[in-house]
Ligand binder design. Structure first.
Ligand code: ZN
Length: 231
């Protein structure tokens, strides 16, 4: 078992993914028509700006780690030839009117994120979040999917499997269909998943999630799952 997934190893894995993907591309289609294989991925860094999301005992706010993992995921996806749209790439919400009351801003923020799905109907939507639970022992990533598209479950499974294989070999969580209480999953207009990357309420997982290398490993694992799904 790997003791630690080092940055060098992560880089090697990225290079391997790129090489594997280029190989598949060159095998399947002539090199001058790459648009057929290009996939559009909307990467959604959960929360942002006025909406911090969950927070940890040490004051770490979910929105900040979501953004770091989302930026790294987008970067690796682009390296691998995907078109990437980000719902946000800085610490902002997506609401229309910042002077409104919080509840209205939240509603506007979510409906704008949903609108991005409608703007890119051929895309898949990958939302990055962190979990929090009353019991501090709970840990490990878990991927949720919309019931609106049957392929969303396949995407969720690919991403869950990739995370388990690459960085969380002891994780026994399984993918779950989102409930109607999750607005984006209930209303999803493209195949949509929410990746809950880990628990802010678990001390050792929190330390990992705050670590830049670990965020890169998580991003790489998410990309691995997306690539596997997109084959
Ligand atoms: Zn969240």
């Amino acid at each position: 078992m790997l003791k630690r997934f080092t940055p060098q190893l992560a880089l090697l894995a990225i290079i391997c993914l790129i090489a594997a993907f280029s190989y598949v591309k060159s095998e399947v289609i002539p090199t001058n028509t790459t648009t057929d294989i290009a996939k559009t991925v909307i990467i959604d860094a959960g929360h942002g700006g006025f909406d911090g999301g969950a927070s940890a005992a040490d004051g770490t706010v979910e929105k900040d780690i979501n953004l770091q993992i989302a930026l790294k995921t987008a970067y690796i996806l682009r390296l691998n030839g995907f078109e990437v749209i980000m719902t946000r790439d800085s610490d902002t919400g997506t609401e229309d009117d910042e002077s409104e009351a919080i509840a209205k801003r939240k509603k506007s923020d979510l409906s704008n994120r949903l609108q991005m799905m409608k703007d890119y109907p051929d895309a898949i939507y990958v939302s990055i979040h962190l979990n929090k639970f009353t019991t501090s022992a709970a840990n490990g990533a878990q991927v949720f999917y919309t019931k609106n598209y049957k392929e969303a479950r396949d995407l969720a499974q690919s991403v869950q499997q990739s995370i388990v294989t690459l960085i969380q070999p002891e994780n026994t969580r399984v993918v779950k269909q989102g409930t109607d209480s999750t607005y984006l999953l209930k209303n999803a207009a493209v195949p949509t998943i929410i990746v809950e990357c880990g628990f802010l309420s678990n001390k050792s997982e929190l330390e990992k999630l705050k670590n830049d290398d670990y965020q890169s490993q998580m991003a790489l694992a998410i990309v691995g799952g997306i690539m596997d799904y997109s084959k």
